[in-house]
Design a protein. Structure first.
Lengths: 298, 675, 305
């Protein structure tokens, strides 16, 4: 059977649509106006299109600024104190660590380094540095750029890289090479904390940058990819257990072609959005522009 | 400026300051019929959620009855000054035997009630001072108190102002002691049954007009108090004092026994009388009138124009104007006005809509076609040719009749053609009174719509139908109006309304479905057995849904079930328990059967699924047909496993009669199995 | 209260968190991770004490000895310890609260650690059973009648209304039941807290779905706190506390209906701050409500500071 709306899901679109509006109204999903949402919905013409749109929205992991704040808190309150302790950097309590990080000071052993993307002029990286300061209370003096690393004194024992998304890992590997990060290993611990990471990227980094300690806040895997099949029956789409993966892909292909955009983008086919940007491994159907109407901003 | 829709958002009684409450409360018609609190006996006020119980209680509170907005207040109001207590039931759970010891627990609770009622009583003194009595203003100043009272409550001065100042301290002491009895001193505990009358006695001396002063204490949420606390209240009911009457409010069925601490029972009529709010509201069209007035009141509050000169919002809040509101002319005009705003399509209109709509027409065609096949006529005549656009009601009912095995061998098609050609008459089997259309049209329409579950079902549209779905729950009614107005006008302000206020039937139908779905989902939150109740409602819904999907409609509009009285007592304790919970939360209603279908005089109990869920299951809300179940079937329905239920379902409904691949309720959004 | 550690530990590391005098644990037979967590706890403690709170009797039964919540000092007197470990996976909120309350009375206060083990997944409802958003999971058999928790309960009244802060999980009805019962009477403002970052990606979507009707309410705002970060729950409460005015919205009530680490943060804050009143609905947990063992967390706090 071709891609179709399963009988049991006839009302799904209406339900998901009204729930998404509620999320917008309550600022759980931010940075998208209702007007923009309405425009995005006009991309979807048939019942099948709309059903697919519902499944996209339903499976979208969106991180608003407040949620990013909570993720930063996780980095500062759970990840870093533990990792720093492993290299002998102890603090009497986590609260003490946080106070020290907000006080800053030239002799503070930790620096947070902005991660600059290859082709995209460091947009996310800079935003996250700002959020570390505003939401995480990290002192501005502890926020540095990669080129500042060589000027650091011996008192700095740890470099923390905070990024929004680790996809395949190619971007960070390039960044690491460009900035000769491997050379730092003897002097200081290098910790990379992406807010979201894909399992392949973790493997890739482990191979290419074994000196790097990677501590993602959230880890996504193959079962978070939109077109994934069921464990027992890989040809069946695991999201509704009715349609076939091939049919879903074909339909997405058709819709995207009509909209003049790529259907699978850079390949990871995830559904992740941040309030400040959308990772390139999220499906283009969410962020592509002209003539397509975008929902998220890339 | 309010958005019209928002005027209908649920307004909780407790959020309203007293004067706001006064202008929200609509005096229900039964105030005329029943003398409320006519004598000194205690009253119990029964009502489920959404029937206005707390509003009702708050209405009698001094803040409302002695409100400065009121004019010409009769002196008799002084004899029954309303005090209100809604216990913090969570905290009351600590004032129990396991924590404080049996005796102390009861004394602590009585003390708790006393303090809270005293707080309200002090406020009542202010209310009295500001009230516009018919006999003129009454200034009590700062009344003095007896030495006894002052001593009991450790007041600095024997004056009401001192009392008011100290009560907060007394509450803090009580709270500290109950939280941690070992660490804190036990306060002097007073009994509310003696302290309030004593206060009344003191106030009586403050002014000659206060000679007959008395309190009327309303204890809300009575069912949520632990047994020992209910006994304390019942003691005061059994042994009332002249100056204080104690009234209680609770959900019907939630309290089985009213007994005192000496095991005496509270006896109806002797010790207390009952006001059953739901029963009163359900009486003879009173709910419709109240709902219509409520609608117009809200429209008025949102500055929305409506055309009903007889409707006067200011007359709603005082019983003096009841006569005016109960006149025939008033009722007719108010109802007409609201019916124009929320129009109901007639059965004929709906039938015309069916044949004009492609998917529905197709469904009808299929239905007739299958019937023709059943009657062996499929070679002779085509279903599509039979559908008549002039008399669609007949076409629709034809579908049901053709699908009945019992109708084999009679010339249905012939009779149909004759009826269509000749037009409606008193003799043909279709149009005659009590004929096929009368008995089957609604059922058949429900059947047709049931096949298109996402299509808004206009059978639920209309003010009258909204009332049937909601009765006796005003909150449900408001939710339906809110949803309909929101869909129709979004956030448009009342003032900005263009043209006549009117909501399309399709929009109303959509709203009905939305609200029904939501209220159905909310069953989960009802009490601590929400999960069980949802399961039961789901099972019953599906049972009636299955009946509704039978092409033959041999028993149209089955939407409730009965048990013979004899069998009723054989239900398992678990089923009884769930049944009781279902009644407490108005998921099911229980009624004794008034009209028996059979000739044998078998007494039966009817169990009716709350009609508000009807749109969710696409079933009828009219109480027409029922299915009689044995005790064992009922047991399975109420309490046994899903598999067991499926088996019973198959037994009760002949599935051969149904269309294959019917859309069922959606399975889990995350599918089955594991996350 | 100071938070010393909030680490993720491997099975090997879990065996080396230290040696504790007593380990307290609850129902260790419910599912895979309960068994695992209780075993981890017992492995590093000299004495093992099962704990059960009786909500109707207000008593705590510890290793066979029953103690009224009124007499908690009897607990630490009979089981003296310089270091205690609580298995947060198997202990319920009231049990955590009262064991800590007891040992806070001991002088000097003991060193304190907690294990928490995440599951691989939660069990869905059986096929055919009725499902609406918020009831997709089959976690609890029912809830007991709500009682306030003695020593911590506060009285609400016309002049003492509360700001309710509710930490939310997958069971959408728990908070709604509470709010429905209250019917707007005592809770004037409500803050709902979602666990983000969640244990696993997309689990936050389930919680959002389960609780979306709460979002439609008025006077309700949304906050976030890490699902496995007790300190963030603690700090959230601290902020809310700072926000209570004098006037009649002067009580803070908290509902720990979310993850256990959140509940742990709540318990720790309650111990330090009288103004906070926790409420609890005592869910009756179903066996095998979760399956598998995922990450292990080790938390340490200093009760003394």
């Amino acid at each position: 059977m071709a891609f179709h709306v399963p009988a049991a899901d006839e009302g799904l679109f209406e339900e998901v649509e009204s729930r998404f509006r509620l999320l917008l109204a309550k600022h759980i999903v931010t940075g998208i106006t209702e007007f923009q949402f309405n425009k995005w919905l006009t991309n979807f013409l048939t019942d099948e299109d709309r059903y697919l749109a519902a499944r996209l929205l339903e499976n979208l992991t969106f991180r608003s600024q407040e949620m990013v704040g909570s993720a930063i808190a996780h980095i500062l309150q759970c990840i870093l104190p533990a990792e720093l302790r492993r290299v002998g950097l102890r603090f009497p309590s986590i609260e003490d660590f946080m106070q020290a990080v907000s006080a800053g000071g030239a002799h503070h052993p930790v620096r947070f380094v902005e991660v600059e993307g290859g082709n995209q002029p460091g947009k996310s990286g800079a935003v996250l540095m700002r959020e570390l300061h505003r939401l995480g209370n990290v002192h501005n003096g502890l926020l540095i750029k990669a080129q500042d690393i060589k000027g650091l004194t011996g008192s700095v024992k740890a470099l923390v890289f905070v990024d929004d998304m680790l996809g395949t890992g190619t971007q960070f590997i390039a960044f690491a090479k460009a900035n000769h990060l491997a050379d730092e290993t003897g002097k200081r611990k290098l910790i990379y904390c992406p807010l979201a990471a894909y399992s392949d990227g973790l493997k890739n980094l482990a191979n290419e940058c074994p000196w790097l300690v990677v501590c993602p806040v959230e880890v996504f895997g193959p079962k978070h990819r939109f077109f994934r099949g069921e464990d027992a029956r890989p040809e069946v789409w695991s999201i509704d257990r009715v349609n076939l993966v091939a049919e879903v892909r074909a339909h997405m292909e058709m819709m995207c072609k009509r909209g003049g955009i790529s259907s699978s983008g850079y390949g990871l086919e995830l559904l992740i959005g941040f309030h400040h940007a959308t990772p390139n491994n999220t499906l283009p159907v969410m962020y592509a522009k002209t003539p397509w109407n975008h929902l998220l901003v890339r | 400026m309010t958005a019209i829709a928002d005027a209908f958002l649920n307004i909780r009684a407790d959020h309203l300051a007293s004067d706001a409450l006064f202008s929200q409360f609509i005096v229900p018609p039964f105030f005329k019929r029943k003398s409320i609190f006519a004598d000194r006996r205690s009253v119990r006020i029964l009502g489920g959620r959404g029937c206005g119980k707390t509003m009702f209680l708050r209405y009698f509170n001094h803040g409302s009855s002695l409100n400065p907005i009121r004019e010409e207040i009769p002196e008799s109001e002084l004899e029954s000054i309303g005090l209100y207590l809604r216990p913090d039931t969570g905290f009351c759970g600590l004032m129990t035997a396991p924590w404080l010891g049996e005796q102390r627990a009861k004394l602590a609770f009585s003390h708790y009630v006393a303090l809270n009622l005293l707080v309200d009583a002090c406020r009542a003194v202010s209310s009295i001072n500001q009230a516009n009595f018919a006999l003129g203003r009454l200034n009590l100043g700062d009344p003095g108190l007896s030495a006894a009272l002052a001593h009991q409550l450790r007041l600095k001065e024997p004056k009401v102002s001192a009392l008011e100042a100290e009560l907060e301290m007394r509450l803090v002491e009580l709270e500290d002691w109950v939280r941690n009895p070992k660490a804190n001193a036990e306060p002097t505990l007073v009994s509310f049954a003696s302290v309030l009358p004593r206060l009344a006695g003191d106030l009586a001396k403050a002014h000659p007009r206060m000679a007959r002063v008395g309190f009327r204490a309303f204890i809300d949420e009575f069912e949520n108090l632990p047994g020992a606390h209910r006994e304390v209240i019942c003691d005061a009911i059994k042994h009332p004092s002249l100056q204080m009457a104690v009234h209680i409010a609770y959900k019907k069925h939630a309290v089985i026994d009213l007994k005192t601490s000496s095991d005496e029972r509270i006896v109806e009529f002797h010790d207390l009388t009952t006001i059953d709010l739901e029963a009163e509201l359900a009486t003879g069209g009173e709910f419709e009138l109240l709902a219509a007035e409520l609608f117009l009141l809200r429209a008025h509050q949102a500055d929305t124009p409506y055309n009903c000169p007889v409707f006067k919002p200011e007359k709603l809040h005082d019983a003096r104007h009841l006569e005016y509101r109960l006149s025939k002319q008033y009722r007719e005009q108010v109802l007409r006005c609201v019916r124009e705003i929320l129009p109901s399509p007639s059965a004929t209109d709906i039938s015309k809509g069916v044949v004009a709509d492609a998917p529905l027409r197709k469904r009808l065609t299929d239905m007739i076609q299958k019937g023709l096949a059943l009657q062996g006529l499929e070679g002779e005549v085509q279903a599509a040719d039979l559908i008549d656009d002039k008399y669609p009601q007949a076409s629709i009912v034809l579908g049901a009749v053709l699908n009945r095995r019992s109708q084999a061998k009679s010339d249905i098609v012939g009779a149909y053609r004759k009826a269509i050609d000749a037009g409606p008459s008193d003799t043909d089997p279709f149009f005659k009174v009590g004929g096929w259309i009368d008995n089957n049209l609604y059922g058949s329409l429900f059947y047709l719509y049931a096949g298109l579950p996402r299509r808004p079902n206009v059978m639920y549209a209309g003010f009258d139908r909204f009332c049937m779905l909601a009765d006796p729950n005003l909150r449900f009614f408001q939710a339906l109006c809110h949803a309909a107005l929101l869909l129709a006008f979004e956030r448009t302000n009342g003032k900005d309304m263009q043209g006549q206020l009117r909501v399309d039937v399709d929009v109303q139908a959509k709203a009905a479905r939305q609200v029904s779905d939501k209220i159905y989902q909310d069953i989960l939150q009802l009490g601590s057995h929400g999960v069980d109740l949802l399961e039961v409602a789901g099972r019953l819904g599906r049972l009636f849904q299955a009946f509704n999907r039978r092409r033959s409609q041999s028993e149209p509009e089955v939407n409730h079930f009965s048990i013979d009285h004899a069998e009723r007592h054989q239900l398992s304790p678990q089923a009884e328990r769930i049944l009781r919970e279902a009644k407490i939360w108005s998921v099911l209603y229980e009624e004794t059967d008034t009209k028996n279908k059979s000739d044998y005089d078998i007494a039966q109990t009817d169990l009716i699924l709350n009609p508000i869920y009807a749109p969710h299951f696409s079933i009828s809300y009219r109480k027409r047909r029922k299915v009689t179940l044995s005790a064992s079937h009922t047991d399975v329905l109420l309490s046994k496993s899903a598999q067991h239920y499926e088996a019973v379902l198959k037994e009760l409904v002949n599935f051969g009669d149904q269309d294959p691949g019917q859309a069922e309720d959606r399975p889990g959004l995350f599918g089955q199995g594991r996350l | 209260m100071r938070f010393l550690r909030q680490d993720i530990v491997s099975e090997g590391e879990a065996a080396h968190v230290g040696q504790f005098d007593v380990a307290f644990f609850g129902r260790d037979d419910l599912d895979d991770r309960s068994r695992h967590s209780a075993a981890l706890s017992r492995a590093v403690a000299r004495r093992h004490c099962p704990v059960r709170y009786d909500a109707a009797a207000f008593t705590l039964t510890v290793d066979g000895q029953t103690v009224s919540v009124n007499d908690l000092e009897d607990l630490f007197r009979s089981i003296r310890a310089q270091s205690i470990l609580l298995d947060a996976t198997t202990l319920e909120f009231p049990e955590i609260l009262y064991v800590l309350a007891a040992y806070r009375m001991q002088s000097p206060r003991p060193h304190c650690g907690f294990f928490y083990v995440e599951p691989d997944g939660y069990k869905l409802k059986e096929a055919g059973a009725h499902v609406v958003p918020g009831s997709a999971f089959d976690l609890s058999q029912g809830f007991k009648e709500r009682n306030s928790l003695p020593l911590f309960a506060r009285l609400l009244s016309d002049t003492n209304k509360a700001h309710l802060i509710a930490f939310l999980g997958f069971e959408g009805d728990r908070l709604m039941r509470e709010l429905d019962g209250d019917d707007g009477h005592f809770y004037r403002r409500v803050s709902i807290v979602f666990g983000i970052p969640p244990f696993q990606p997309s689990w936050d979507l389930h919680a959002l779905m389960a609780n979306s009707s709460l979002l439609e309410r008025q006077n309700t705002n949304v906050l976030y706190c890490g699902a496995n970060n007790p300190l963030s729950a603690y700090r959230l409460l601290h902020e809310a506390h700072a926000g209570i005015a004098a006037g009649d919205l002067n009580r803070l009530v908290v509902a720990p209906f979310g993850t256990k680490p959140m509940a742990l943060g709540v318990a720790l804050y309650c111990l330090d701050n009288e103004v906070l009143s926790p409420i609890y609905d005592h869910p009756v947990r179903k066996p095998d409500r979760t399956f598998g063992v995922n990450r292990r967390h080790w938390y340490e706090v200093d009760l003394a500071r």
